[in-house]
Design a binder for this molecule. Structure first.
Ligand SMILES: C[S@@+](CC[C@H](N)C(=O)[O-])C[C@H]1O[C@@H](n2cnc3c(N)ncnc32)[C@H](O)[C@@H]1O
Length: 290
């Protein structure tokens, strides 16, 4: 992973959320702060798309299916957070250009910790400077999951291990090895009081879209953000259990659509490899915490 530049995948996700905000399709999706997180050139692209409405806002390389999938992912995770409210501490791991601290009113009593590589974080802090947080407080923690210890960094930044924490890990595990995923979950559990929860996304191993998987993997490598892992569901479930977490749910796009967007047309072909991205949610096991 790049150390000094901002993550390209994180900026791309903010771009498709900003474009999606012009013409939301997943019920409940809205991300009015995403455009603010973009470079001036990409913000101009969003403004041009706005001027063309109701023509589709998506360029060919940011296709509608992928954008709508990410709207569903955003809403599903927003709902997981909403169900856990009130939350005193929210840790957003690999936050990238996540705008939740600026757009979720339910976080008014929450201290949010945004954790990311320092390079991405510096750019995000600059771009978000003009936004008004909804969260009570935002603290930024620059670290690398592969070399730094979460269980030292977060308490040093003010995380209170005696109070419950919600850990959000969206769109990041696939860039790490399974070993680093396990280590991060284990260290998170060690500073998580009873009642703490985690929601993460992961790529399920799949035989579908194998050509597309290959081309996306090559693209990811070329931009310096190689894809490193995918799990079978049971494999992730037992890994999570072994490092301190009990599973609450494991859901995918078909579940999210059935729950809050049954009328939205979306096919695996339109979405591409993210069709196999799922959300695992869990709570810390009593014996794992501090
Ligand atoms: C695909 S982006 C997702 C960003 C954000 N969570 C979202 O969904 O919009 C992946 C993020 O993980 C971060 N990341 C990847 N590997 C990391 C590592 N080893 N340590 C810290 N952050 C990492 C990147 O900097 C980037 O912000």
């Amino acid at each position: 992973m790049r150390g000094v530049q901002a993550s390209i995948t994180a900026q791309f996700l903010a771009l498709i959320r900003a474009l999606g905000d012009l013409l939301p399709e997943a019920p409940g999706f809205s991300d009015p702060v995403a455009a603010q997180m973009l470079s001036p050139a990409w913000r101009a692209m969003v403004e041009r798309a706005r001027a063309r409405l109701p023509v589709s806002p998506y360029p060919f390389w940011a296709r509608r299916g992928m954008a709508v999938f990410n709207q569903f992912r955003t809403v599903a995770l927003d709902r997981a957070i909403a169900e856990a409210l009130p939350i005193q501490q929210l840790v957003i791991l690999g936050a990238g250009f996540d705008g939740r601290a600026y757009r979720l009113a339910g976080l008014r009593d929450t201290r949010v910790f945004e954790v990311d590589h320092p390079g991405t974080q510096a750019v995000k802090i600059g771009r978000a400077a003009g936004l008004t947080p909804q969260a009570r407080e935002i603290r930024h923690v620059g670290m690398d999951f592969t070399t730094d210890d979460l269980a030292e960094r977060l308490p040093a930044a003010g995380l209170d291990p005696t109070r419950p924490t919600f850990w959000l890990w969206e769109g990041v595990t696939m860039y790490l090895t399974a070993c680093d995923v396990a280590k991060t979950m284990s260290r998170a559990a060690s500073v998580s009081a009873a009642g703490s929860r985690m929601a993460l996304t992961y790529f399920a191993r799949s035989v579908h879209n194998s050509f597309e998987r290959f081309s996306v993997a090559v693209w990811a490598m070329l931009i310096g953000e190689p894809l490193r892992c995918a799990f079978d569901g049971p494999e992730l479930h037992s890994l999570a259990f072994s490092v301190g977490w009990s599973m609450l749910s494991d859901t995918g796009i078909e579940d999210w659509k059935a729950e809050f967007g049954p009328g939205v047309a979306l096919s695996p072909h339109e979405v591409g490899i993210q069709w196999d991205e799922r959300i695992w949610a869990g709570c810390v096991r009593a014996e794992s915490g501090p």
